[in-house]
Write a protein that binds this ligand. Structure first.
Ligand SMILES: NC(=O)c1ccc[n+]([C@@H]2O[C@H](COP(=O)([O-])OP(=O)(O)OC[C@H]3O[C@@H](n4cnc5c(N)ncnc54)[C@H](O)[C@@H]3O)[C@@H](O)[C@H]2O)c1
Length: 424
C-alpha cells in the first residue's frame, strides 16, 4: 500500500534538474517536502518563487510554496523527521573518473537524520554497485541502523528529459529497486503515489544498470551516425537523406541524427561510469563506450575543420573572420549548456583567431563562454558574419531570416536547405 502523502514527509537532497521536479510532484500529491541544497543562491531563488529549472515554471514553484508544504533550505537541521529521502545530487567525472563525493556527502547528511522505518532512495546516475557498496555503509555508519532491516534502501533511476513536452515525470514509467524485498516494496509504494507506472527489478544493481543501458545506447548510436556523417561527406553523399529514408522502415530501426557532439549531464558522462566499473571489476575495456567517446569528442573539431574548408574555398582565412554561432545549449529548446559541444566549437574558433559571436536566447546570459560575444539573433548580426554555424536547432530561431541574409551557413543539425547552406 502507498504511504499516505498527507501524513508523510519527504526530503529531497539536491534541488536541480532532477530534484526540483520530483519535489514539486510530491507537494502536488500532498507530501510535505524539504528540498535540501547546500547552494545558498539556489535556495534563495527557490524561496522567492524564482525557478531556474526550465521544466518547472515559477508559477508552479510559487504554488508549491503557497501550500506551506514545500521548504527549500540549506540548513541540514530541516531534514529532521523525514519518512522518505531521495538523493538527486550530481555525479560528475573528475579527471575522467567517477566522482561520488556529492552522493557520499548527501548520504552522510541523510544518515544523520535517519530514523527506524524510513526509506532512502538514490536517484543519481551511477555505476552498478553504488547503492549497496557506498550509500548503505555511509547511512549505516551515520545512523547506527541496518539497511533492509531497520530502514529501507533502494535505487530508482531518474529519467527526466529537460525540455521534453511529450513525456514527463508522471507518465514515464519509473524503474524501482530495493536492497531486499521489504525495501523494494517500500520504494515501489512510494513511487506508486507520485507516478502512473512503476517497474520493479530484482536488485539495485539491475536498476543502476538500466539507466546506464539507456544512456550508453544513445551515446553509441549518436556516435554511429556521427562517424557515418563524416565519411558520407567525403563520399559526396547526403547523410540526412539517407537517415530520412532509413526512418521509413517501420521496424528494426531507430532514428539518431549527427551533430556537433554530445553534451549535457548524461551522455558525455554516464557511459564512462559504466566503462570505469567494468574495467575495474572485470578487467576488460568497454570498447563500445571508448569508441563512442572517441567519435563524439572529435565532432566539435570536425565542425571547425568543415568550416575552415568551406571558408578556404571562398578564399577566406579563419583568422579575423566573423563567425556567428546559433545555439549554445547541448540540445534544442533547452537552456542547458553543460558540457555542450557548442562551447568547444566556440573555444576552438577563438583559438584559431576568429571573431566569435554567439546567439542563444535560452542559455543564461551570464553563462561563462570565454571570449565569445553573446548577441541577439538579428538581421545585422547575420549580415555582418562571414559564416553562420547552426549548432543547436532551437525552434524559436528565425530560420527564414537567417537564410535570406547569410552569406554562408554551416548547418550541423540538418535543419536548413538553400544555396548558401552546407550541411554536416
Ligand atoms: N539533468 C538531467 O536531465 C538528468 C536526467 C537523468 C538523470 N540525471 C542525474 O540526476 C543527478 C542530478 O543531476 P541534476 O541534473 O539534477 O544536477 P543539478 O546540478 O541540476 O542539481 C544537483 C543539485 O544538487 C545539489 N547538491 C550538491 N551537493 C549536495 C549535497 N551534499 N546535498 C544536497 N544537495 C547537493 C547541487 O547544489 C545542485 O543544486 C545526476 O546523477 C544526473 O546524472 C540528470
Amino acid at each position: 500500500m502507498s504511504p499516505d502523502p498527507a501524513r508523510s514527509s519527504l526530503v529531497v537532497m539536491g534541488q536541480g534538474y532532477a530534484g526540483l521536479p520530483v519535489s514539486m510532484r510530491a507537494v502536488e500529491v500532498g507530501y510535505t517536502v524539504v528540498g535540501f541544497d547546500p547552494d545558498t543562491r539556489r535556495v534563495k531563488r527557490l524561496l522567492s518563487g524564482d525557478s531556474y529549472v526550465e521544466d518547472i515554471s515559477s508559477e508552479v514553484l510559487s504554488a508549491a510554496l503557497a501550500t506551506g508544504r514545500y521548504l527549500p533550505t540549506d540548513r541540514e537541521e530541516d531534514c529532521e523527521g523525514f519518512d522518505v529521502a531521495l538523493i538527486t545530487v550530481p555525479t560528475p567525472l573528475s579527471e575522467g573518473l567517477p566522482d561520488l563525493s556529492y552522493v557520499e556527502e548527501a548520504a552522510r547528511t541523510v544518515g544523520r537524520y535517519l530514523r527506524s522505518g524510513a526509506c532512502v532512495v538514490l536517484e543519481s546516475t551511477t555505476y552498478p554497485g553504488t547503492t549497496v557498496e557506498l550509500v548503505a555503509p555511509v547511512l549505516e555508519g551515520e545512523s547506527g541502523l541496518s539497511a533492509g532491516t531497520d530502514f529501507h534502501l533502494g535505487y530508482s533511476p531518474e529519467r527526466i528529459d529537460p525540455g521534453n513536452t511529450r513525456w514527463g515525470l508522471v507518465d514515464t514509467p519509473k524503474v524501482v529497486s530495493g536492497v531486499n524485498d521489504t525495501s523494494l516494496s517500500a520504494v515501489q509504494s512510494f513511487y506508486a503515489s507520485i507516478v502512473e507506472e512503476t517497474v520493479a527489478v530484482s536488485g539495485t544493481g539491475e536498476a543502476e544498470l538500466t539507466k546506464l543501458i539507456e544512456n550508453t545506447f544513445r551515446h553509441v548510436n549518436v556516435a554511429l551516425v556521427n562517424e557515418m556523417a563524416m565519411f558520407a561527406s567525403d563520399l559526396g553523399i547526403d547523410i540526412w537523406q539517407a537517415i530520412d529514408a532509413a526512418s521509413t522502415k517501420p521496424f528494426g530501426f531507430m532514428r539518431f541524427e549527427p551533430g556537433p557532439g554530445v553534451g549535457g549531464h548524461c551522455l558525455p558522462i554516464d557511459p564512462s561510469y559504466l566503462s570505469w566499473r567494468v574495467k575495474r571489476r572485470v578487467g576488460t575495456p568497454f570498447r563500445f563506450v571508448e569508441l563512442a567517446n572517441d567519435v563524439n569528442d572529435h565532432m566539435p573539431e570536425y565542425v571547425v575543420r568543415r568550416l575552415v574548408l568551406a571558408m578556404n574555398q571562398r578564399g577566406k582565412a579563419l583568422r579575423g573572420l566573423r563567425v556567428l554561432l546559433l545555439g549554445l545549449a547541448y540540445k534544442p529548446n533547452s537552456g542547458d549548456a553543460r558540457e555542450s559541444p557548442a562551447i568547444v566549437v566556440a573555444d576552438r574558433l577563438l583559438s584559431l583567431g576568429a571573431e566569435v559571436h554567439a546567439a542563444d536566447p535560452l542559455v543564461d546570459p551570464e553563462y561563462p563562454i570565454s571570449g565569445a560575444l553573446r548577441v541577439q539573433l538579428t538581421r545585422e548580426e547575420v549580415r555582418a558574419a562571414s559564416a553562420v554555424v547552426l549548432l543547436t536547432a532551437h525552434d524559436r530561431f528565425d530560420y527564414e531570416m537567417v537564410l535570406s541574409n547569410a552569406d554562408f551557413v554551416l548547418d550541423t543539425r540538418g535543419r536548413l536547405e538553400g544555396r548558401n547552406v552546407e550541411r554536416l
